[in-house]
Design a protein around this ligand. Structure first.
Ligand code: UDP
Length: 406
């Protein structure tokens, strides 16, 4: 009891710079007694593999692991990751960067020898290209995961944390959406990320590989989407802002997203690795949901409207009760603060493609063709229409009903 009080008074949110020579006890609000205190493994530096470490989330995770004194091997084929994401860390002697295809088991297995923690983030992302190239997506996201799992198992790694996707919930009907919600994959990207999660849990079940799957949702932060195909909204809007072009708002802009800041996601990875739990799936979200119109109000500037996209949810909103209780994890960065940080880093998007109504129309043709209405009069949206306004969700989050989700 005395210990708890003492620790509470120290306000132990040790991130981002946990000292390596001290044992730190984390105390998180809302965590159950059972999981309230976790001894940080920062006292003992770990050897880590981060697949996809040159990508957006991966590079933030690598940065944090190095800051905490761990050694990191990045495995990345640089198909969507960039060396420049790791440039500021390149002089760190504890960082090794290997250009390799994770689906090539023979080529990656040597990198797993004597590794403590594996963070598996390498994957092909985005909806449209996954519809166009299902085989590539299966190879990278499913075969790649099996290859990494097998390398981890054969070398006896101690913890395996998988970056899963909340796209597995598809057009969810329950908000906040718990981990137990029905799986409804709408396109190959979502399917492959979900299949890979099944493999991760299977390797835990059959081979006792200590695994945790984190279902990420609408992650944003510096370095998000600075190149490549049409995709995540922040990259699109920030490049438009820099170019003085109007924001292309899908539909009426009242749709909401559970925008989760990248440092919170990184913290979830670290706590999952430090935990002794395995075989578990956890949602990682912001604890709220925010409309595109709100995002535009925070960014400031003009907008144009573009057609609503088929198969897209009106709302994403993950229930985070499970991870809060089990790992004592809570998001720390509010939406306004996160958007302000994005604006501080807006120069990251100087080279990013600037999308407009016309180029988006061309880029999303396959999307409309394969997921669109032409197959019937009832749209996925009208079929699953649910009350999902910011106001409704705010009250849902705070209500008793949603405290534990399910
Ligand atoms: N969005 C938008 N304009 C764009 C791109 C996206 O209004 O040019 C909206 C989109 O309708 C969605 C939200 O931004 O409601 C997030 O889209 P993103 O593709 O980043 O994530 P996802 O839809 O996969 O959750």
């Amino acid at each position: 009891m005395h210990l708890k009080v003492l620790l509470a008074s120290l306000s132990l949110h040790a991130w981002p710079s946990t000292p390596n020579n001290a044992t730190v006890l984390y105390l998180k609000e809302g965590a159950s007694d059972q999981f309230m205190m976790q001894e940080s493994n920062a006292v003992q530096p770990k050897r880590c593999v981060v697949t996809g470490g040159a990508g957006f989330i991966g590079s933030h995770l690598v940065e944090r692991l190095l800051t905490d004194g761990h050694a990191v091997t990045v495995l990345d084929n640089f198909s969507s990751g960039h060396r420049k994401n790791l440039q500021s860390l390149s002089s760190n002697s504890k960082l090794k960067i290997c250009q390799v295809d994770i689906a090539e088991y023979e080529q990656i297995k040597e990198h797993f020898v004597e590794i403590d923690w594996v963070f598996h983030l390498a994957a092909l992302a985005d909806i449209v290209p996954s519809i166009e190239q299902p085989l590539s997506y299966h190879r990278s996201n499913v075969d790649g995961t099996i290859s990494v799992l097998e390398a981890a198992r054969q070398t006896g790694v101690k913890r395996f944390i998988y970056a899963a996707s909340s796209s597995c919930y598809g057009l969810a009907t329950e908000f906040p959406t718990p981990e137990t919600a029905a799986i409804k994959t709408e396109y190959p990207y979502a399917l492959t990320k979900y299949l890979a999660e099944c493999y991760v849990l299977h390797w835990n079940q059959v081979y006792k590989l200590p695994c945790i799957s984190l279902r990420l949702i609408n992650v944003y932060g510096p370095r998000a989407r600075t190149t490549g195909s049409y995709g995540a909204v922040f990259g699109v809007f920030l490049a438009q802002k820099l170019a003085g072009r109007p924001y292309t708002v899908v539909g009426d802009g009242n749709q909401t997203r559970d925008f989760t800041f990248v440092s919170d996601v990184v913290q979830a990875f670290i706590q999952a690795a430090q935990s002794e739990l395995s075989g578990e799936i956890f949602n990682v979200g912001s604890g709220g949901t925010y409309s595109i119109n709100k995002l535009i109000a925070l960014l400031g500037g003009d907008k144009v409207h573009i057609p609503k996209r088929p198969g897209e949810p009106d709302c994403t909103f993950a229930c985070i009760s499970k991870i809060s209780k089990a790992l004592g994890w809570q998001p720390q960065v509010g939406f306004e603060e996160g958007v302000a940080k994005m604006l501080e880093h807006i120069d990251d998007w100087r080279e990013a493609p600037v999308w407009d109504e016309k180029s988006i129309d061309i880029a999303t043709r396959q999307w409309f063709e394969h997921l669109g209405e032409s197959k019937g009069s009832e749209t996925p949206h009208s079929k699953h229409k649910i009350l999902c306004t910011e106001e409704a969700l705010c009250s849902a989050t705070s209500s008793e009903e949603h405290k534990d989700c399910k």
